[in-house]
Design a protein around this ligand. Structure first.
Ligand SMILES: C[S@@+](CC[C@H](N)C(=O)[O-])C[C@H]1O[C@@H](n2cnc3c(N)ncnc32)[C@H](O)[C@@H]1O
Length: 249
């Protein structure tokens, strides 16, 4: 590998960086060589290393939260598909979660190093017991449910798309069944993926629904985030809040 001065584009945050080249004689397949070169020269990858985030994905949450203000000190957060932990790091910092009283719980079936201020469950979110375990560890209803879950790629684009959309739908059902009224749901989806049923469900249950493509999400990627803000509350809670459903004395 060689570093070439001056060849770099401005990085995320505006800094000019050296461009790293991976030699054609590196022994890698050409597609892997190109992937590695792009990865090493990605300004978000460089920034995540410099700033101590586990993933470049951390900047997607940072950019979305800077714009929509979801994470505030003291709020409880569930992070679905948390490994390697970038979103958990950002959430724990922004809600000021501590080791003594973790306000963030992440779940992933992959191993993950501990994240200060976050409790981590190593478990498949599609496991029947996962929702109850998440709630037990969090110790109260979440204010924010995040999902960056993506199904492992099979190489068959349509299959990958459907499997990740399924994860997004299960995450939305979970959010609607556990969120505090006023809470928010943010999930990874695909362009064209949140039409129809899921979009209707979110519009019925939240005050505002946005599709968001943060700058850190690569232009060439079909990834898109759906953000549902201001959970209206479950039917019984809304009735209780409105004073309905009380027995006449
Ligand atoms: C794009 S990565 C998440 C990156 C993370 N937001 C970060 O900033 O580090 C997607 C994750 O979803 C996880 N995942 C996919 N399906 C899952 C499931 N059914 N249960 C738990 N985690 C799942 C994968 O293991 C993977 O680690």
């Amino acid at each position: 590998m060689t570093k070439k001065p001056g060849g770099g584009k401005p990085g995320a945050g505006g800094t000019r960086v050296l461009r790293t080249r991976v030699k054609k004689k590196s022994g890698l397949k050409e597609s892997s060589r190109r992937w590695l070169e792009r990865h090493l020269n990605d300004p978000y990858v460089q920034r995540s290393r410099a700033e101590g985030y586990r993933s470049r994905a951390a900047y997607k949450l940072i950019e979305i939260d800077d714009k929509y203000r979801l994470l505030k000190p003291g709020l409880r957060v569930i992070d679905l598909g948390a490994a390697p932990g970038g979103w958990c790091q950002v959430a724990a910092e922004r809600v000021r979660s501590t080791e003594v009283r973790p306000l963030v719980v992440g779940i992933d079936y992959l191993d993950m190093d501990p994240v200060p201020g976050a409790a981590i469950l190593k478990m498949d979110f599609l496991d029947d017991e996962a929702p109850a375990r998440l709630m037990e560890v969090l110790g109260g209803a979440p204010d924010v449910v995040l999902s960056d879950m993506a199904a492992p790629t099979t190489g068959h684009r349509r299959t990958d798309h459907l499997r990740t959309m399924h994860l997004c739908e299960v995450a939305a059902d979970f959010a609607i069944s556990v969120l505090k009224p006023g809470g928010h749901f943010l999930a990874k989806t695909f362009q064209g993926g949140t039409e129809g049923g899921l979009l209707d469900l979110l519009k019925r249950n939240f005050r505002a629904v946005h599709h968001v493509k943060p700058p850190a999400s690569r232009d060439e990627s079909v990834e898109l985030y759906i953000l549902a803000k201001g959970f209206k509350g479950r039917a019984t809670e809304s009735r209780d809040a409105a004073g309905e459903g009380n027995e006449a004395s």
